[in-house]
Design a protein around this ligand. Structure first.
Ligand code: SAM
Ligand code: ZN
Length: 448
């Protein structure tokens, strides 16, 4: 046991410049790095996590309280590593340990067996009675507990964010437990889920008669102009551009078509603009909507009120024959054509809306079944409330939708997206996994 008053290496010295260099280089490593498993924005480099852990775990050999058994083991093992000559004095040994820490922080040595063996043996020599437990309650992407496990500690990791917890579970429990076969199984099960989902959802994403596959549907929420004698439907569009790529410029052009006694109708065409000036400014700015037919401006509170009446307005309103009567409007459909490069843009047609109507019926049936089953378990589609108050100054994104009176997460999705989500969840839960009931690993990972 290291006496309480014995200094750790990190308290006397640390190879900051070299570890920083290796940490900076690690950012450009794409192959085989845990960061490729899932994006985590606050992930710390493994290089510095590994180096700091060792420098905090190992005692300083120059401290008179440093256990002799640790120094003996270090003198025995360090010569196995090029450049880590333990010399004869305690100061030489300290230099060699710091050299080891600096070199081991290099990504190229991170999995080298001789480095790992020496690191683990010296952690063991410093803590012969009990394996040290590294606790990281804010573990995020898991750099610290991962390196702790790798150098022979036990680790406890948790995080407030459920995405981080999932990353931690996969990184710290599943991968060490199942090894490379896990990746094969995920690919196999993923391919099967994809196949079944494509089959189940095919009629909601119909191909075009010419064989083109729609890959994106561009929608706009709509509100109604409240100016006297107008009543036109205003699609809320920040921009009329569809594609700004140099050789594939596409934009929408709006037409106002009078319709007898009724409100003016808004139609679109897709065209190839030569420059920015040919593309009209959007209809919405700062939640204020401008009517393209009469130029009246609908103030933010009226835009919000109209959208709130349509539960955020992400969905189409249909009559009972499946004809659109209002709500979200399809602006354009992006397609890929067999044998042709690039994306194509076309105006929407009745078949596009019919698919959405079918999705609406299907979603109603899914929710009905859940209701009849006594609302057991989670709702099949997201229904958690959205907090309209910005939880922290760093939280981005949600203020824009709460401005439009979106009040729960489900309202961020269209009928069709919700049906697809429900399919993915159901297929995922029922997917056969060989791994579910295997034994636990030694690392002790908690989480919420
Ligand atoms: C700087 S990041 C940690 C990065 C981590 N070391 C890594 O390498 O990925 C801070 C983490 O703290 C988490 N967090 C913030 N407040 C928390 C709280 N009250 N309880 C638990 N975790 C929290 C965040 O979700 C975030 O993942
Ligand atoms: Zn108007």
């Amino acid at each position: 046991m290291i006496p309480k008053d014995c200094k750790r290496l990190a308290e006397v010295d640390f190879p900051i410049a070299e570890v920083s260099r290796h940490a900076a280089r690690e950012k450009s490593i794409r192959h085989g790095h845990p960061s490729t498993l899932h994006l985590w924005w606050a992930r710390r480099p493994l290089a510095s996590s590994r180096a700091v852990l060792l420098a905090l775990l190992w005692p300083d050999p120059c401290d008179p309280l440093c256990p002799a058994s640790f120094k003996e083991k270090a003198r025995e093992l360090l010569p196995k590593i090029a450049g880590c000559d333990p010399g004869t004095s305690d100061a030489d040994l300290r230099r060699a340990l710091l050299r080891f820490i600096a070199d081991f922080s290099n990504w190229d040595q991170a999995a080298a067996p001789h480095y790992l063996e020496v690191a683990r043996a010296l952690v063991k020599a410093a803590y012969p009675e009990e394996t040290p437990l590294v606790v990281d309650p804010f573990a995020g992407g898991g750099s610290i507990p991962l390196e702790a496990l790798r150098v022979g500690c036990e680790a406890f990791a948790s995080d407030l964010n459920p995405v981080a917890c999932l990353i931690l579970k996969v990184l710290l429990e599943d991968i060490p437990r199942y090894g490379p076969t896990l990746a094969d199984d995920v690919r196999r099960v993923g391919a099967e889920i994809k196949r079944q989902a494509e089959q189940e959802l095919a009629d909601l994403y119909p191909r075009d008669p010419d064989g083109a596959t729609p890959i994106a549907y561009l929608w706009a929420r709509t509100v109604q102009c409240e100016a006297p004698n107008c009543g036109a439907e205003i699609p809320l569009m920040r921009s009329f551009w569809l594609c700004k790529k140099a050789r594939r410029k596409r934009a929408l052009r709006l037409h106002i078509e009078p319709s007898g006694d009724g409100p003016p109708q808004i139609g679109f065409e897709i065209f190839t603009p030569k420059n920015d000036r040919e593309v009209a400014a959007g209809t919405v700015k700062g939640a204020r909507a401008t009517c393209p037919a009469c130029g009246a401006v609908l103030p933010p509170e009226r835009v919000r009120a109209q959208l709130a009446a349509m539960r955020g307005g992400a969905d189409v309103l249909f009559d009972d024959q499946g004809r659109r009567t209002g709500g979200a409007r399809l602006l354009a459909v992006v397609t890929l054509r067999p044998g042709q490069q690039g994306r194509h843009y076309r105006l929407p047609n009745e078949t596009d809306y019919l698919a959405v109507w079918r999705a609406q019926q299907r979603l109603a049936a899914i929710l009905d079944e859940w209701e009849r089953g006594g609302r057991q378990g989670l709702c099949p589609v997201p229904d958690e409330p959205l907090n309209p108050i910005r939880p922290s100054p760093n939280a981005r994104g949600l203020s824009a939708v709460t401005r439009y009176a979106v009040s729960d997460f489900g309202e961020l999705f269209t009928f069709r997206q919700k049906v697809a989500l429900a399919s993915f969840v159901r297929l995922h839960i029922s997917a056969p996994t060989d791994h579910r009931n295997r034994t636990k690993l030694t690392g002790n990972i908690g989480g919420n």
